[in-house]
Design a protein around this ligand. Structure first.
Ligand code: NI
Ligand code: MN
Length: 228
């Protein structure tokens, strides 16, 4: 089966690889940008980058309905277990694990991570996925620019998913710097246009990526997918 990555709006992505559906940072029911609701999405793995509501608010209900295994930091896994989630595999930064679809490693992210009820959400992270079918995908998730992206890029990244919304994460200018450090073959923007304060001109961003970096920019709308 082909490997595809579908944007479900904001920072939510659905990766299909082989028979597996891996859902990243589900934010569907309260997202003005989501093309589907949380009861319509399939997943056998759920990756949660940090505790903010626009990343975790649908996680427990999707995990309980689908039986998906949650991959996140220790604190978020504990918090979800407290809401009845049965399968959660706690990680910490720099640690990874192997799965039938490939390997996931938790990477640094410069952000914060309080949970919606005020509980401590541990450290925020990004995800580096090395798929069994051969491709490497980096989800920066919510983060500012940091120089250690150069180390993450040493893995050889086929596709980088980078925030460009500004305000809560890096904006377009710093995303160009991030691309220089990561050297991905392709790059797709995330975490923008959900609400007016993080609106961005993605076409203008793509033109800058083409002119200023060696990466190929891909701009899609929520509900659309990329073939890997
Ligand atoms: Ni956040
Ligand atoms: Mn966010």
């Amino acid at each position: 089966m082909a490997t595809t990555l579908t944007w479900l709006g904001h920072g939510c992505w659905l990766l299909h690889s082989g028979q597996h559906a891996i859902l990243i940072d589900p934010f569907l029911d309260d997202s003005p940008a989501a093309p589907v609701k949380s009861d319509q999405v399939e997943a056998d793995y759920l990756l949660i980058s940090h505790g903010h509501a626009d990343h975790v608010s649908d996680a427990a209900k999707i995990a309980k309905r689908t039986g998906a295994t949650v991959i996140s930091n220790f604190e978020i896994c504990q918090w979800l277990a407290g809401q009845g989630v049965e399968h959660a595999l706690a990680h910490n930064l720099g640690g990874g694990s192997d799965h039938p679809w490939g390997r996931v490693k938790l990477t640094l992210a410069f952000h914060s991570s309080s949970l919606p009820d005020g509980a401590y959400g541990g450290n925020p992270c990004g995800f580096l996925l090395t798929l069994s079918e051969g491709k490497t995908i980096y989800f920066a998730c919510d983060t500012g620019l940091f120089y250690d992206m150069k180390l993450i890029g040493a893995a050889g990244i086929d596709l980088a998913v980078l925030p460009i919304g500004d305000l809560f994460t890096m904006g377009p200018d710093d995303s160009i710097e991030a691309i220089e450090l990561l050297h991905p073959k392709r790059v797709v923007p995330s975490h923008y246009d959900t609400w007016p304060p993080i609106a961005q001109d993605a076409a203008a961003w793509a033109a800058r990526v083409k002119a200023e970096t060696s990466a190929e920019p891909i701009v899609i709308k929520p509900g659309e997918k990329i073939a890997l």
